[in-house]
Design a protein around this ligand. Structure first.
Ligand code: NIG
Ligand code: FE
Length: 412
């Protein structure tokens, strides 16, 4: 057993999904303690009430704030190559969509990923995952979508599977073959989808547990509503739960499709309209907002306040990828949500824990502080989440625990 003592403030995040005002009404316990048994939280409360079981290990939180480990529920964290030339082109006036139409963008990373071996993809991802862990991320979703051939998509998903052997972050795979149409299928989108959604391909993903979710980039430069519907319905027949890159650049009704298709999440939503918000609300789809992406592209943010006020559960993720969000820090992304979307620090913490867990179907096990929840915990070297969000340029993590085991200790 492990007892965590000297917690300045314990942020008692409830199980997701958490909506509306409840995102602000989070209980906090000053001078708290937690008891961990068998990798789960077995007790928490005021330090003056704790019974320390004989023989327990003790962890000193140093008066810091303790909360659930962060969950980055939308990333493209397996990739090769970089695209800083596009970053400069955008500064000089081109848009993300202009660059994609001119043959840049996703296809450039596809060339680099196709040229990389499985081992190289793993070696490139490992240091990124290590830095994410040091920033407090204990669970992470990673999408394929830079292979765009059956073999290269499998190589990406296989790299996610293998990365579990080398590091402690829990990894969740998402099949995103409908990210872009590869050059060799130019003008033949339906044939491309037929190839990538072939029964044997989807069976192999399901039987090898290579992905739990299927995603599609519904956008003028990628897949239209009809094609996106086809992707999601077909994948669902093979047990892959739908997610959608929706309403990012163009309003095409993608959030309504998310609701119609029973998507677990609709992600991006910079251009969502009132009808889309109402559709998400009606079916309980999680709105995954990606503030680091708008920050990185220099474009408008999703209307977070409007979505929260409509009682749609909001999650926040980095969207980490070499094109639209070369931002691997979830804490920095959370501060961007505070200053650019006017979400309060406690709301963004709920968004990056309980609601992020709901966006990957794990809300009953992670993302909350409760008896029986997995002891994925982070200890900050600051006394509150407000102080944490207020200091975006500094890593405020003191200790990270995964299933009750210390995996990062910077307490010196
Ligand atoms: O979520 N929007 C589409 N996909 C990624 C960007 C991928 C890329 O540009 O490489 C995103 O922003
Ligand atoms: Fe994305």
């Amino acid at each position: 057993m492990l007892v965590i003592l000297n917690i300045g403030e314990l942020v008692v995040i409830p199980k997701g999904p958490v909506c509306g005002r409840e995102m602000r009404n989070v209980r906090r316990i000053q001078n708290a303690a937690i008891v961990v048994d068998g990798g789960q939280i077995s007790w928490f409360g005021r330090a003056t009430d704790v019974l320390i079981p004989p023989g327990s290990d003790v962890l000193d939180a140093g008066g810091g704030c303790v909360l659930p480990g962060l969950i980055d529920c939308h990333t493209h964290g397996v990739f090769a190559g970089t695209r800083e030339n596009e970053f400069v082109q955008r500064i000089e006036g081109k848009s993300y969509a202009d660059i994609a139409r001119e043959g840049g963008g996703i296809r450039v990373t596809v060339d680099a990923v196709r040229a990389a071996t499985l081992e190289q993809l793993i070696a490139l991802a490992l240091p990124r995952l290590s830095r994410m862990l040091h920033n407090g991320v204990t669970s992470l979703e990673i999408k394929s979508g830079y292979g765009l051939s059956v073999d290269d998509e499998f190589k990406m998903l296989e790299s996610v599977r293998r990365l579990r052997e080398f590091q402690p972050i829990e990894l969740v795979g998402t099949y995103l073959s409908a990210h872009a149409v590869p050059r060799e299928f130019d003008g033949h989108t339906d044939e491309y989808l037929g190839r990538m959604l072939d029964d044997p391909v989807l069976s192999r993903i399901r039987d090898g547990r290579l992905a739990e979710f299927c995603d599609v980039f519904c956008e003028t430069t990628a897949f239209n509503i009809e094609q996106s519907r086809r992707v999601l319905l077909k994948a669902k027949q093979f047990g892959l739960l739908p997610k959608i890159h929706a309403d990012q650049i163009t309003q095409m009704g993608a959030s309504r499709l998310a609701a119609e298709g029973g998507a677990i999440s609709a992600d991006h939503l910079e251009k969502i309209d009132d009808g889309g918000i109402a559709a998400l609300k009606a079916v309980g789809t999680i709105a995954v907002l990606l503030p680091a992406c708008s920050f990185f592209l220099g474009v408008e943010q999703a209307p977070a306040r409007k979505i929260i006020e409509a009682d749609v559960p909001v999650a926040i993720a980095t969207d980490y990828n070499p094109g639209s969000s070369m931002v691997e820090s979830l804490p920095l992304t959370m501060t961007i949500a505070c200053t650019q979307m006017r979400m309060t620090p406690i709301e963004v913490v709920v968004a990056a824990t309980a609601n992020a867990a709901a966006a990957i179907g794990r809300q009953d096990r992670i993302g909350a502080i409760d008896i029986g929840m997995q002891a994925d915990l982070i200890v900050l070297d600051v006394p509150s989440v407000e102080r944490w969000m207020y200091e975006p340029g500094r890593n405020c993590l003191r200790t990270v625990l995964k299933r009750g085991k210390v995996v990062v200790d910077s307490s010196g």
